[in-house]
Design a protein around this ligand. Structure first.
Ligand SMILES: Nc1ncnc2c1ncn2[C@@H]1O[C@H](COP(=O)(O)OP(=O)(O)OP(=O)(O)O)[C@@H](O)[C@H]1O
Length: 379
């Protein structure tokens, strides 16, 4: 994957040269940084990388660079590099190292392609440079939201408005929605795993992939009938991917690793699932009135109170049907992580949390969608 990433890095830089309005000054380097190094051992490599990418710092003394960890993330390692320039200026950048094996669930080519356009449209951190196994971005001076923040009316309205704008960005290339392709790819990988650990293998063996497959087929058929609009979707809008600068009242959507063309309702339903927080307490799933508040600001940011009841109901059905697909998607994702990720997290347990929640909600929302569909057909 390293070589492929380097190739992508060069392509991004080429695009930037050909289309300077798109992304000014994206630098590229073929260096890679070993994810497993300790921070002190990694520091000289990070400085070297910054000096290779950004010529203005190439002769600066190492003592002018300091490095700290921002987040161990579930997927990546994120570092903050502070550079004290000779003129007294202080600059901050983040260096993101892709986690080992993450290319199995994340299409890095797709991510880099999207990030250029999203960054140019003002979303997320500015992309400054790409290298063998990661990227350098601007540092965002803002706080990360918590799950309860997301349902605060003012923030929920702002998230809805930003998400609407995000969905309006056009990313060149195929506009084919990726949900069912991704789920099918995850399913193919997740259903043929073998764990060295006997206990894990025993738990894994209790999963009926025939049953999971039936659910996928049934849900896909139902969602197809909804004719949901296809947009460029974030696909992972959890609180950790939302930051806010309270003074400037500016909200940032970050981390576009899972971004793709997808069904609008999936992005929204997936976001609502994240109200459950890190403990997956699904009793925190937003109530209908909270969802309607979100929909009003999503559908008509300028005149939220003029959204018709029909439009609210349609988006309610769409989002809550696709919410079920979000459970299947992350359940299968978790199985792959259980095998591939070096992170010590109970991914198998996470599969069951998401899959059981799917089963718990299925009947209710299948009924809702079917009765809506028969009603709208009759009307
Ligand atoms: N450009 C940035 N500037 C400042 N902080 C950032 C920036 N990017 C990310 N962060 C912080 O780091 C955290 C993790 O970032 P990110 O979501 O990109 O990592 P990740 O490894 O993909 O995590 P996960 O897999 O858990 O989503 C964010 O929640 C945010 O607090």
């Amino acid at each position: 994957m390293g070589a492929v990433n380097i190739w992508n890095a060069m392509e991004v830089a080429d695009d930037a040269r050909e289309n300077p309005n798109l992304c000014s000054d994206i630098q590229s380097s073929s260096l890679t940084i070993d994810h497993s190094l300790s921070l002190p051992d990694m520091k000289p490599r990070l400085i070297q990388l910054c000096q290779d990418l950004f010529k203005k710092w190439s002769n600066l003394d190492f003592s002018r660079f300091s490095v700290e960890t921002v987040s161990g993330g579930i997927t990546n390692l994120l570092l903050k590099v502070t550079i004290k320039e000779e003129n007294g200026n202080e600059e901050l950048v983040t260096v993101r190292l892709y986690g080992p094996n993450t290319e199995i669930v994340i299409n890095r080519e797709r991510e880099l392609q999207a990030i250029k356009y999203l960054s140019a449209a003002g979303f997320g951190a500015k992309l400054l440079g790409v290298f063998g196994n990661g990227m350098v971005q601007s540092f965002i001076n803002a706080r990360t939201l918590t799950p309860p923040d997301m349902r605060m009316p003012k923030l929920a309205a702002e998230i809805a408005r930003e998400l609407r704008k995000f969905h309006e960005v056009e990313i060149p290339g195929s506009k084919e929605p990726q949900l069912w392709n991704d789920i099918s790819r995850f399913f193919d990988k997740a259903s043929i795993l073998k764990f060295d650990d006997n206990e894990k293998q025993g738990i894994y063996k209790t999963i009926s992939f025939e049953e999971v497959n039936d659910q996928i087929v049934e849900l896909k058929e139902l969602t197809c009938l909804l004719n949901a609009p296809v947009v460029f979707a974030h696909n992972d809008l959890l609180s950790g991917n939302l930051m806010v600068n309270d003074q400037e009242e500016k909200l940032y959507l970050i981390d576009f690793e899972y971004g793709s063309y997808n069904y609008r309702g999936f992005d929204i339903g997936n976001h609502f699932n994240e109200y459950a927080g890190y403990d997956c307490d699904y009793s925190l799933y937003p109530h209908k009135d909270e969802q309607y508040h979100f929909f009003r600001h999503y559908l008509q940011p300028e005149k939220p109170h003029e959204v018709s009841d029909e439009d609210l109901e349609a988006l309610y059905v769409e989002s809550n049907t696709y919410m079920l697909a979000s459970h299947l998607y992350w359940a299968l994702w978790a199985l792959i992580q259980a095998k591939m990720s070096p992170i010590d997290f109970d991914y198998l347990g996470y599969f069951f949390l998401r899959y059981n929640e799917y089963k718990r909600q299925k009947e209710n929302y299948f009924l809702l969608a079917r009765s809506y569909l028969s009603g709208s057909r009759a009307g």
